[in-house]
Design a protein around this ligand. Structure first.
Ligand code: MLT
Length: 255
């Protein structure tokens, strides 16, 4: 009998065991908005996104790069950091703003989740906007899969759990998988809310926060399934996210 592949979902980054990550392909999820913004930035032609956990670290890193070749972007409390070039609105990462440039990015939860997954055998960046492209990569993988949700400041989020569940749904259909309880919970979440994605994102705490800050259009942008066919991938030394793969055989979205 063929061996089963483990599929783990961790609803918060700190729940993902480092020794498990080392053997696995990690998939980092922060739908509202870090991973959605990273896909937009790379699709718009930025050369790499350099994730930083802290604001000061981001300032220092961008200061060390050649002037005119780098954009400093990110948020705290959902708002652009004073003195930065961009906030964390996916819609602002346009070709005009970032083609040919590196983007140094720091966000409250998403970039921290990425940094935590740097020790994984391979780390992919997922959002609804590149759902099928991520599925395509996972289809060709044989390693265990660790889906790591960024959450929000230590709380589980509906939108990240929902995307994790959509990925579990895809992996389960491939067959031969063994799920942890986090994966089962996420799958149930997808079963309940996958049919009405934008409504679910609006309902979530993160969605309500963004609405309150006037970023309603970012929620709509994050709910566009398969807008892009690229998969950002984390690379070491210096830690950066680049386009890892492009292309899908078909859409794997089932709702
Ligand atoms: C984060 O990483 O915490 C976020 O993406 C939050 C946001 O963009 O508001």
């Amino acid at each position: 009998m063929a061996e089963e592949r483990d599929v783990y979902v961790y609803l918060l980054p700190e729940l993902a065991p480092p020794e498990q990550l080392r053997q696995a392909v990690a998939v980092v999820v922060d739908v509202l908005r870090a991973t959605t913004s990273i896909v937009h930035a790379l699709a718009a032609g930025c050369t790499a996104v350099l994730p930083c956990a802290e604001v000061d670290e981001a300032r220092t890193l961008s200061g060390s790069l050649p002037a005119g070749r780098v954009l400093l972007a990110g948020e705290r409390g959902g708002l652009p950091v004073p003195g930065f070039d961009l906030g964390n609105s996916p819609r602002r990462f346009t070709p005009r703003a970032c083609r040919g440039l590196s983007v140094v990015l720091t966000t409250t939860n998403g970039t921290r989740a990425l940094v935590r997954c740097a020790s994984a055998a391979r780390t992919l960046v997922a959002a609804f906007v590149n759902y099928s492209a991520v599925c395509e990569q996972l289809r060709h993988e044989t390693r265990p899969v660790c889906i790591v949700c960024a959450g929000t400041e230590g709380d589980v989020t509906l939108e990240d759990t929902l995307l994790a569940g959509a990925l579990v749904d895809f992996l389960y259909d491939l067959g031969g998988v063994r799920l942890n309880d986090g994966a089962r919970l996420a799958w149930d979440c997808f079963d309940t809310h996958g049919c009405c994605l934008q409504g679910a994102l609006e309902l979530s705490q993160g969605g309500r926060n963004l609405k309150g800050l006037g970023f309603e259009e970012d929620i709509q942008a994050a709910a566009k399934v398969d807008e892009f066919a690229l998969v950002p991938e984390l690379r070491p030394g210096p830690l950066r996210v680049e386009v890892g793969a492009v292309g899908i055989a078909k859409s794997y979205w089932t709702k």
